[in-house]
Structure formats: structure tokens, C-alpha cells
Design a protein around this ligand. Structure first.
Ligand SMILES: Cc1cc2nc3c(=O)[nH]c(=O)nc-3n(C[C@H](O)[C@H](O)[C@H](O)COP(=O)(O)O)c2cc1C
Length: 288
């Protein structure tokens, strides 16, 4: 009885004239419901693929800054040459307190368990807080570490810029830099993605002889033959504010409040690079 009644009511609803206000609102509501089910269903179904793609993207950025490429091999195959480690930012020592293959310092900076808020004076890169543990990716040449890759981030003009910096095994010579996420203006601040400009970082020195991070971007171009040019990179034309952001983030991440203690250990030979975690098992901390 009840079913017949509601069926009759439904039939009644659909047989209402099209310009009836109840029918218009009812049909619009039904359409909204249908669309939201389709959109949320698609989002749920695509989530694992999105996570996997994000991870592949991260790996390919690390490979790119490491200078590792081979079109005949998959990203995962190539990434097996990289060793993921985690350092305690305060002591600069490697730690096993977290799983190096899944730990993500960017996420951890927002996790109360790892978050270390920065004072205004400390926060040169305007990131607010960092994780007490940092990701380090080591490229090996047999037994020896040939490159050290560190995640970097900092505020430009409009956005937080995220990238990776690769250093030579001396812990102070730049091998390469890349930025993979930012919201700076195309043609101005977004030139941090320019490969030619990024190549100009090669061979620059992050720190002076006493270990203080001094590398910075200079407006108006640099004279490569002048003394001290190894500590200077060309600023981006028309984008001094983004350039200042890049200088600041280098000062911060290479300094005492971030990777400084670790790099100091590298420079003084205190960090032996024992193979611990093969990056082939590297994941994003997401449950598969
Ligand atoms: C629409 C617009 C977008 C801009 N985007 C950037 C940017 O992404 N990065 C930046 O440093 N400056 C940007 N600027 C320019 C800055 O306002 C500022 O003028 C510039 O950083 C000064 O650099 P300069 O001294 O090299 O000319 C933008 C300006 C405008 C009007």
C-alpha cells in the first residue's frame, strides 16, 4: 500500500508540467545528487592512481636533480640507485626513528609529532615550521656517495616554492637544483623552472670555508671572473622578490636550523654512508 502510494506520488511528480516550481527544484536536486555521487565516486576510485602518480613525479624530480636518466628503464628501476635516509635536523645524524622510505618531511612539518615551529628570526624561508627529521637522498657510486639530494622550500612572491638541491659529496658544491611546485608568475618568478638558469648553479659553493651558507642570487648578473662569484647566482630578471625568496630558502635549508648540522658532519667526514634502505621500496607513506 505504502509503495503504491509513493509510486503514485512519484508518477505524480513527473507528470507535473515542466514549468512547475516544485518539479524544477526537485529535478535540479536529483541532478545535483546524481552528479555529487558520480564526482565523489570518481575521486575515490582515482585516489590510489593519484597517489601513485604523485610518488612517481617525486621520484622523477629526484632522479632529474641527480642527473640520472635512461629511457630504456622505468622510473622505479632508476630510482633503485638512490638511497633514502632520514636525518635528525638537530644533531645532523642519520636516524632510524622513522621509516626512510615512507617519511615525508613536507607532510611531517604539519604533524604535531614532528613539527618544530620556527621563530621569526629563524624562519628565513617563511615556512612557519619544519619537521624535526629531514629527508636525504643519496646517490651512490659503488661504496661512496657521489651526490646528496635535499628537499628545499620557501616563500617567493606569491607562493611557497618546492624543489630539490643536489650537492656533491663534499657537502658544499652544488651539482644541480630543480623546482617542481610553485605559484610564481610565468615569465617572471616562474623562471626558477628555466633549465638554463638552473644549469648556472652547477659548481657554485653553498657555504664559505667556515661552513656558513653564503650563496645568494644577485640582481643584474654576475661577473664570473670576479672573486667570490662561486657564491653568487644570477638573479631572475624582473623577479627580484622571487629571487630573494630563493636566496632565503638556501640560507635557511643549508643553515643551522635545517640541514646545516648534517652538512657539517658530511664536510668533516663524520657521516659514513652505510647502505641501509634501498629506494626500490620507497613509498609515500600511503597505504597500498
Ligand atoms: C602581475 C605581476 C606579476 C608579478 N610576478 C612576479 C613574480 O612572480 N616574482 C617577482 O619577483 N616579481 C613579480 N612581479 C614584479 C614585482 O612586483 C617586482 O616589481 C619585481 O620583483 C621587481 O623585480 P626587478 O627589480 O628585477 O624588476 C610581478 C609584477 C606583476 C605586475
Amino acid at each position: 500500500m505504502k509503495t503504491n502510494f509513493s509510486f503514485r506520488r512519484q508518477r505524480g511528480f513527473f507528470s507535473l508540467p515542466n514549468d512547475n516550481i516544485v518539479k524544477t527544484i526537485g529535478v535540479a536536486t536529483l541532478l545535483c545528487l546524481l552528479c555529487s555521487v558520480i564526482v565523489s565516486g570518481a575521486a575515490t576510485l582515482l585516489k590510489p592512481k593519484q597517489v601513485a602518480n604523485k610518488l612517481l613525479d617525486k621520484k622523477s624530480n629526484i632522479l632529474s636533480v641527480a642527473g640520472i636518466s635512461d629511457e630504456s628503464k622505468s622510473i622505479d628501476e632508476l630510482f633503485s640507485q638512490i638511497e633514502a635516509r632520514v636525518v635528525d635536523m638537530k644533531t645532523g645524524e642519520f636516524t632510524d626513528a622513522v621509516d626512510a622510505t615512507s617519511f615525508d618531511q613536507r607532510k611531517a612539518a604539519n604533524d604535531a609529532q614532528y613539527r618544530v615551529p620556527l621563530s621569526k628570526q629563524q624562519d628565513l624561508a617563511s615556512v612557519g615550521a619544519i619537521s624535526k627529521f629531514g629527508n636525504v637522498y643519496l646517490v651512490r657510486d659503488g661504496e661512496n656517495v657521489s651526490k646528496i639530494i635535499l628537499p628545499i622550500s620557501g616563500y617567493g612572491l606569491w607562493s611557497t616554492m618546492y624543489g630539490f638541491l643536489a650537492l656533491e659529496s663534499d657537502g658544499r658544491t652544488v651539482s644541480s637544483i630543480t623546482f617542481y611546485e610553485h605559484g610564481e608568475t610565468p615569465g617572471l618568478g616562474a623562471e626558477i623552472e628555466n633549465k638554463k638558469w638552473q644549469a648556472s648553479w652547477n659548481g657554485k659553493q653553498i657555504t664559505d670555508d667556515s661552513g656558513v651558507p653564503v650563496l645568494r642570487l644577485v640582481k643584474g648578473g654576475i661577473d664570473l671572473s670576479a672573486a667570490g662569484s662561486e657564491y653568487k647566482v644570477d638573479g631572475l630578471a624582473g623577479a627580484t622578490l622571487t629571487s630573494n625568496g630563493v636566496s632565503n630558502l638556501i640560507q635557511f635549508w643549508m643553515g643551522d636550523d635545517a640541514f646545516g648540522p648534517y652538512l657539517e658532519r658530511v664536510r668533516s667526514g663524520k657521516t659514513q654512508a652505510k647502505t641501509q634502505v634501498k629506494a626500490s621500496t620507497f613509498n609515500n607513506g600511503e597505504k597500498s
